[in-house]
Design a protein around this ligand. Structure first.
Ligand SMILES: [Ca+2]
Ligand SMILES: [Ca+2]
Length: 316
């Protein structure tokens, strides 16, 4: 493993090659591209990265390996502020046995003929080169041993949010730069209860409001500098550390959702341990913020603390 990782470090410093005719033919054979969400698939840079291969895996492409290894794979191209062409891949995987959303950026060389891996984050937390190379080697090794044609998406393991909307950009999980709450329960010996716990992809951690009583009117706010288009919101309501704590604490029964344009909806949530509530918006909403307010709760048997373990946004 160490050896493989070191090889990949060396590769990380080098530019990866573009696609060859051999790999292009290989791609054609696998014409059933399961990632129909890839609206940008005709984009030449996306195609270049997907059809490209690391020197150590000359017969395997990033496209095939990533779409085999990650759930809900999406690809897109954009030009950075520095006018550099970037191809960005996002997908779901596990890191140290915790489910995470990975974001991998490939930097296209100025001549447009080659690319290198420039950035990796898990749940928007940037990772170092060692982790990046280890992830790549795992993804490529995994593809080597996977049965042909069986991908995560086909097995239904991954949540595929991309079918909600078929437009020019892929739909997937999106994130906001900032999260804050009107109150947070003070940290205990066991855990903290900060607003960011709703965005760590760990169901055992939760935001818990810190107001005395049931916390009706307490809110959590997600905001960003740029506009997003939100199609749906997934809420894992309640404290999902275990079922006992779930029942002892409050769960949200009704939630208010306000967007940056002032539009507002209310939604009833079901009380079911282990199940997210998905709120699908009638129309996708363009917004730079989402404010979720507790309007009613299912009362806990022991505490008047209202908890939300996870909040995910689907859009683009
Ligand atoms: Ca959490
Ligand atoms: Ca409370």
């Amino acid at each position: 493993m160490r050896k493989v990782a070191l090889i990949f470090i060396a590769m990380g410093m080098l530019l990866f090659g573009g696609c060859s005719d051999i790999t292009a033919d290989h791609i054609k054979k696998e014409a059933n591209d399961k990632t129909e969400n890839v609206a940008d698939k005709d984009n030449e840079y996306v195609a270049m990265v997907k059809n490209g291969n690391p020197v150590d895996y000359p017969d395997k492409t990033f496209g095939n390996c990533f779409e085999n290894f990650f759930g809900s794979p999406t690809w897109k191209h954009f030009e950075s502020d520095e006018e550099v062409n970037v191809v960005e891949f996002t997908g779901e995987c596990t890191y140290q046995e915790v489910p995470v959303k990975a974001r991998i950026q490939f930097i296209i060389a100025a001549d447009g003929g080659s690319f290198e891996v420039g950035y990796l984050s898990f749940n928007e937390v940037p990772q170092d080169m060692l982790t990046t190379t280890a992830l790549l080697s795992t993804a490529f090794d995994s593809y080597t041993s996977a049965p042909q044609g069986e991908t995560n998406s086909e097995k239904g393991e991954a949540h595929n949010a991309s079918q909600i909307n078929e437009t020019d950009e892929p739909v997937g999980y999106i994130s906001f730069n900032n999260v804050k709450a009107s109150s947070e329960l003070a940290e205990s010996k066991q855990a903290d209860y900060i607003a960011q716990n709703t965005r760590d992809s760990v169901k055992e951690t939760a935001w818990v409001e810190g107001r005395s009583g049931n916390g009706i009117g307490e809110w959590i706010l997600f905001a960003d500098n740029s506009q997003k288009e939100i199609s749906a919101i997934e809420i894992l309501s309640g404290y999902h550390k275990n079922k006992d704590l779930y029942l002892k604490n409050n769960r949200v029964k009704k939630i208010g959702i306000e967007f940056s344009d002032g539009s507002y909806i209310e939604s009833a949530l079901e009380d079911s341990f282990g199940m997210s509530n998905t709120i699908t918006l009638e129309q996708p909403v363009k917004t730079s913020s989402v404010k979720l307010t507790i309007l009613d709760v299912y009362g806990g048997t022991k505490y008047q603390d209202t908890c939300i373990s996870e909040i995910d946004f689907i859009g683009r």
